[in-house]
Design a protein around this ligand. Sequence first.
Ligand code: PMP
Length: 372
Amino acid sequence: MIYFDNAATTKLNKEVLKGFNDLNLKFFANSASTHKLGIEAYRLEEKARSQIASLLNCEPNEIIFTSGATEANNLAIKGSALKYKNRGNHIITSKVEHPSVLNAFKSLEEDFGFHVTYLDVNNDGIVELESLKNAIRNDTILVSLMAVNNEVGSINPIKDIGELLRKYPKILFHCDATQAIGKIKIDYSNVDLLSMSSHKIHGFKGSGLLLKRKNIDLLPLLSGGGQEFNYRSGTNNYVYEVCLAKTLRISFEELENNYNYVKHLNDYLRSKLEGLNVRINSPKISSPYILSLSLDKKASVVSEALSLKDIYVSTKSACSSKKSPTSYVLLAMGKSSQDAMNAIRISFSNENTKEEIDIFIKELKEILNTLK
Ligand code: PMP
């Protein structure tokens, strides 16, 4: 099997899995219970929170555990816009965000009457500082921009955007860092709200977090027992939180090695694609973990044919590939509608090899020839 769909999700790390059953069976109590077993679970949870906080350079009470990045994005965006709506009615995002961001903005626009600016991106899929600057109004209260795009791997200048937004104390800056955390180095020091997901870095599905600076308040999406500092009620899955701490630690320790290795794979794949009838959509400078390319053949047919050979890639991103066949990300980057309809995404992990790329290229060539 060749798995080139790591931007959709990754294989669970065996080290992370180790101890999962033991922890669940031994300390199964509710971490909010006040008896000894509950306190034990609470201690483990808080230890995990502190470890994560030191990795992310923040304070433990700035970490809100969630079910993943979709929830973290919704909590950050809806929670902050609704909390601070008395300060202004205008919010900004870009046209190439993940659906969990775009649809949160749509809901604020359609259901709550906010005015939304959806920023254009340049041909590399990047938000230009100037266009953000021009979009800011007196009543702007929130800007949400992703660190790394999940379809093409474009990297936004998060540090510069954060620096610009510091000049506007009323504006909160949310960053969806799901495809960046543990994979590429980015300076998040000027970000107010940051989302990430465990399963993109070999952790569990259904686990993630929102980093929320302590001076910021949010309207919670879930009301209940007041867990997670009142921002996310519901019995905590503390074992996931312990596992998330381990997942993050491993990905941070290995970040540089993995980055260099995957960059090498990406460069190799790009060189092997030369001479084939494909167009690479990912910019030259982008996350090496993701490579998008457009074909002259129907992408869904090519991806199915690859799948029959046990080679797994995505058409666009997993979250939108079952809906419209056209990629709104590629359209926003100025690609033709034909290219936006016929793109496949190859996404790597440190477990992939050059040999796998050789097999992929051989099979891709064969498929493209038979489809002639
Ligand atoms: N944002 C981005 C950029 C993503 O790639 C994803 C995963 N497809 C999400 C958010 C949603 O993450 P989760 O699956 O944890 O809800």
